[in-house]
Design a protein around this ligand. Structure first.
Ligand code: SF4
Length: 113
């Protein structure tokens, strides 16, 4: 399938779920375009549109939590940053994604103690 067509299909599939979680596509269209391109390529190679920014472990249970959009599995962490790990999606009220911090999972867990 044409990668451009698949990109649009993935977007259409993902956006209702992302929207229901209070997120939207990043206003940074270059990042959005790049990440969807990566996801189309990953889907072609691995069978699912896994996250372009997070490593797979080879363990199915772990890796299935990294299929885009992975927000439901990492909600608390991403809500604290107002963005998903890659920055493909941001909270609906975000206008400038460059101002958002990227907090590692380790830092996030520490901050909760
Ligand atoms: S971090 Fe973002 S881009 Fe990566 S899989 Fe999760 S929702 Fe998708």
């Amino acid at each position: 399938m044409d990668p451009e067509v698949r990109k649009e299909q993935l977007k259409e599939m993902f956006l209702p779920l992302v929207d229901s979680l209070g997120y939207k596509l990043s206003p940074d269209s270059e990042i959005v375009d790049f990440l969807f391109e990566q996801e189309v390529q990953i889907e072609k190679e691995k069978g699912s549109p896994f996250c372009p920014c997070q490593g797979l472990s080879g363990e199915r249970e772990h890796d299935m939590k990294l299929v885009c959009p992975c927000i439901p599995f990492h909600r608390e962490h991403y809500d604290a940053m107002k963005r998903c790990w890659c920055g493909l999606y941001v909270h609906k009220d975000v206008e400038d994604p460059d101002l958002l911090p990227q907090i590692s999972l380790k830092e996030f867990k520490m901050s909760k103690k």
